[in-house]
Design a protein around this ligand. Structure first.
Ligand code: EPZ
Length: 436
């Protein structure tokens, strides 16, 4: 077993240069299961090298798909020989997005058996709306010993109205409906860019999906989905994370391979905080322009400010003088990272879904732990901006969703490296917290 590792960051150095943004995690974790619906082999490009992709490919392979890595980030996948409809528990539990295999297997075979998604530090994350969608299409769903068992005698299109705006259930409804008999109308649908990407991918194979990106999506079932070669959209949240890191370190960074339109709400908030932003066709330049301005922000479903950017922007606002406020409008609980930022000198009070940040202008390095993917990103940003050294443990969370973050940051001038954690880390860690 490989010893646990930590990132070690010597902060206070401005990030300068350019960074290429990778393919979108929250798109590719739906596109890979979607290949199960294809009647011919497919090629997917711009696939990010992240752990969630590794797990998705392992599940596809376990189900019987033939996967050939054509080059870095390009995979040819032949899922036509898949016969198995059960996703192994030991793999499914490693990744919440394994629930997309429910919709894909149901859409292809009329049945699926996938484990309930694991718990998550973001609070209660039910899948009732996913199951509601499947039932509306004629499937029976039951939970049996931690597995979701879905069966049907053939899916028929229907009207699906979501009680809450949900990315996952919207994606799963599309996956299940694309080959169902008749027409499906999804109302109160999520509108994230990765939903449009899934629809575009399926339409490139011959599906008939209209309205993705709006709150009403119309799907006419088709019999056959042909081969395609498709490139994953750039990751809106990875891009936002590097934008914040540039501002937090008083740097000047150009992000390449982005779709500026996907970044509109993030750019708007960054400019409100006083950060300089220049937009080009497929790149964005972010630079520290003047002292950061305290700001109040509420996270919302797309096109609002993304919840997946909430921890990162909180770290930035710790560096703005004055009182800022963050209201979490999507996730149930998304402030667990605050305790770790407090270890770095942050002054943040949390009351339910609201955090009040007393910006102190500075942060100090400390030993901290990532509790989830975006919390880890926020601690990376705080460490880059802090004076002194920050040690970040549980970095597997970060590596789930950010391709080569260490290498990309080092190329921008960050003093960062990865090292194994000393097994007797506890007293070493506590010594560090005393010595700073
Ligand atoms: C997706 O999660 C993303 N994950 C999350 O990104 C992201 O935070 C979230 O969407 C919101 O944008 C992937 O795409 C793999 P939801 P998901 O269904 O689909 C409630 C990251 O950091 N809800 O849109 O699980 C739910 O409780 C990750 O990349 C129900 O009530 O989110 C939540 O409050 C973290 N019933 C709200 O809807 C359901 O059946 C939004 O959840 C489903 C959801």
């Amino acid at each position: 077993m490989k010893p646990a590792e930590q990132f070690v960051i010597n902060g206070g150095r401005p990030l300068r240069g350019s960074v290429a943004i990778s393919g979108a995690k929250n798109a590719v974790v739906a596109l890979l299961p979607a290949v199960i619906l294809a009647d011919e082999p497919c090629t997917i490009e711009n696939v990010p090298d992240i752990r969630d992709v590794t797990i998705s490919l392992q599940i596809l392979s376990e189900l019987g798909a033939i996967i050939v890595k054509r080059s870095e980030g390009t995979y040819e996948i032949d899922a036509t020989q898949i016969k198995d409809c059960c996703v192994p528990y030991d793999l499914a539990r490693k990744m919440r997005a394994s629930y997309y295999f429910m919709g894909a297997l149901l859409g292809r075979f009329g049945q699926a058996r996938v484990s309930m998604p694991g718990g998550c530090p973001l609070g209660d994350r039910p899948i009732d709306q996913h199951l509601k969608a499947f039932r509306k299409l004629g499937a029976a769903c039951r939970v049996d010993r931690g597995m979701v068992d879905i069966t049907s005698a053939g899916l028929k299109g229907d009207r699906i109205f979501f009680d809450v705006v949900t990315v996952g259930a919207t994606m799963n409804a599309i996956l299940a409906a694309v080959k169902a008999e008749g027409t499906t109308i999804i109302e109160n649908a999520a509108k994230e860019p990765h939903i449009v990407d899934l629809a575009s991918f399926l339409n490139s194979m011959g599906a008939d999906i209209r309205g993705a990106g709006t709150d009403t999506i119309k799907i006419r079932g088709v019999q056959y989905l042909r081969s395609t070669s498709y490139s994953v959209i750039p990751d809106q949240i990875e891009a936002g994370t590097y934008m914040v890191a540039a501002a937090a370190t008083k740097g000047d960074v150009t992000l390449t391979n982005v779709i500026p339109k996907h970044l509109e709400s993030i750019i708007s908030v960054m400019e409100k905080i006083g950060v300089g932003v220049e937009q080009f066709d497929d790149s964005v330049r972010v630079y520290y322009d003047k002292p950061l301005v305290k700001t109040s922000i509420k996270t919302r479903p797309h096109p609002g400010f993304p919840t997946d950017m909430q921890p990162q922007i909180s770290a930035l606002l710790c560096l703005a003088d004055g009182t800022s406020m963050i209201m979490e409008g999507v996730s149930e609980q998304r402030f667990q990272y605050v305790d770790e930022l407090r270890r770095m000198g942050a002054d943040i009070q949390v009351d339910g879904k609201v955090a009040v940040i007393e910006g102190t202008g500075t942060l100090s390095g400390a030993p901290v732990k990532a509790c989830d993917l975006r919390a880890g990103a926020a601690l990376m940003i705080a460490g880059l901006a802090a004076t002194g050294i920050t040690y970040i443990e549980d970095i597997y969370h970060i590596e789930r969703g950010y391709a080569d973050m260490e290498g990309k940051l080092r190329a921008l001038g960050a003093d960062i490296h990865k090292e194994p954690i000393d097994p007797s880390g506890d007293e070493v860690r506590s010594n560090r917290s005393i010595c700073g």
